[in-house]
Structures are given as structure tokens and as C-alpha cells.
Design a binder for this molecule. Sequence first.
Ligand code: SAM
Length: 352
Amino acid sequence: MLPDAQTPQEPSPGSAPADQLGRPLRSLRVSVTDRCNLRCNYCMPQEEYVWLPRQELLTFEEIARLVEVFTSLGVTDVRLTGGEPLLRRDLPSLVAMLAANPRVRDLALTTNGVLFSEQAEALRDAGLHRVTLSLDTLRPERFLALTGRDSHAQVLAGIAAAGRAGFTKSKIDTVVIRGVNDDELADLIEFGRGVNAEVRFIEYMDVGGATDWSLDKVFTRAEMLERLAQRYGKIAAFETRSSAPAERFALPDGTVFGIIASTTTPFCKSCDRSRLTADGLWYLCLYAQSGVDLRKMLRAGACADELAARIASIWRARTDRGAELRAATGHRGVFIGIDQLRQDPHLAGGRE
Ligand code: SAM
């Protein structure tokens, strides 16, 4: 029988690559722009960087073609990100193109929420499945100090708009930094409960962009659990970790929250994520400092099979476990210096 064009076909065993540590190619983060409308001091603290020239950005058609190739190799989860993805004009058109790919089982967006209320309905109508909104504080003055922008009310409006537009399973991601917002964990959980979103606390990471990072500013997973137990009582593990980055926990009343402990408890062993930059470089690890130029192949006329063969062979050779290697570093400090970040638009918050 001929395969139905609408039915996703399982990739054949020969084409679904596993890397050197047995990790499948399953989850792809697609950055649609390197630019951002916030200047979070843990991510993109400078006003100016060298930005990618417009003609070097992948078009939506090019992104959809590459995603088609990735999904033919086993990718099922696609997350649009940036920079700030909502700065890319007409994002719902891209969402519609990706939502039409039947192999994409989970189509998600990570946004800072500033522009989300204007676009929530269009994104939902275009077929976006889920949204994760970043929110580090409930206090407007802290938000201004952290992000350099007075946009807190817009972010809260964006979070409210997610529910109104019919999104379920929304998440709120909070980077926890000692002495900055570690006193807001319970408040954020209460807020998340009110808007029907699961809160996930992220340990402060020394990724590119975090030029002010130091180990003593990392409010650890253990400290988060202790702080929350003081307030709520016994905290239970909710489920064992899958390949998702967050470990999930439940409060005594059943409220679930997550912790992403990449700094103190890296989870490279199960990492099935790779990243495509807005200009088509493919990075195999968040800590990688160079990527594979897929745009060049695409624009040189490579067909889907050629792209798939190259991607599969690179994935099969993958050994990356950047977070574990960083954790093993004796004297841990800033990972990428400001001069390098200013010059390379791929490194500062441009591919997360
Ligand atoms: N602009 C979008 C946003 O704010 O959600 C998407 C890109 S942003 C780089 C993706 C996520 O990475 C955000 O939740 C952000 O807080 C997180 N992030 C950035 N720098 C980080 C760091 N140094 N440590 C931990 N998380 C970080």
C-alpha cells in the first residue's frame, strides 16, 4: 500500500540517527532572530552587538524546508525562539508552515511576552501548540533593573493573553539569581497557579551572554527546594526526568512546578536538543562555540536527501556534553568574554 501523504511515517532505522552516547535527534530549537527587545543582564546585557545582516537570515521557506529534513530524521519537537522570536515579522506565517508538517508533534514558542498579547490569537489560529513565557519577577522595579526596559505590564498582559487565546499547558520560565529574585519563588508559584501556567525555575547558567556570571550567584536546585519546603511543607518528586530539561515536583496541594538545574545537575546524558540559528548554523550543544552551516548547503542547491545525509552523519558523530564539562571545571567563571560576544551574533542569547 502506498503511504498516505498526510500520515507521518516513522523514519526508517537507517535514517533515524543516534549520537555517540545513544541520544536521538528529537528536539530542535529554531532561532528566528538574534535580536531582542530586552537587555537582561544575564543574557544580552549590552545595548549593541554585531547583528546578523537581514539577507543572511533564513527565510520562512528555508526554515520550513530544513525542519522538514530534520523531522524526516526523527525530530518531533520544534521550539521557536531567539533572540526574541516575536520581533520577526509575521511569525504566524512560519507557525502555519511548520504546523502543516505532520511529523511535528510539539510546536512551541519561547518568548519574553512583551509582544505576545498582540499576537497570541494569530499564533494560536496558525497552529502553535504551546507557549513558554519568561518572567523573572513580579515586581516592576526589579524587572526594569534586570532587563533595562520598562515592559513589565506588557509581559503580564502577554501571560494573560495566552489563556484567553486558548493556550493550555503554558509555562513560565524564571531564571533564579541569588540576591536578585530568590525571594520570589513562592510568589511566582502562586502567580502561575492563578494564570494556569506551570512555573519552572532555571539555575543561572554561564552560557554566552552571561558576562556577569559567577558561581556564588547561582541559587541552586537544592536551595530552591529547601526554600519552597520551608513555605509549603513536603515537596514530592512528581515524575522522573525524561529527556525534558526540567525535573518536576509537586507541592502538598498538588501544584506542580519544575526546576532546570543545568548548572549543578547537568542532564547531558539525555539531551536530544540541537539548535538552528536565525542564519542557519546548526549547533549541537548550548555550550558549542561553532555550528554547521546548513544555509550554505541549502542556498548552494542541496536537495533534502543530501541535507539529511549530512545532518545524520554529523549527529551520529556527536559527543557533546557541554554542561557536564563546564560543571567539571575546577575554577568556573565567565564562559565567553564580552569582546567575543560583541563580535559574534550567534553567541549572546541568539540561539536559546
Ligand atoms: N527571548 C525569549 C525569552 O526571553 O524567552 C527567548 C530567548 S531566551 C534566550 C530563552 C530563555 O533562556 C529565557 O527563559 C531566558 O531567561 C533563558 N536564559 C538566558 N540566559 C540565561 C542564563 N544565563 N541562565 C539561565 N537561563 C538563561
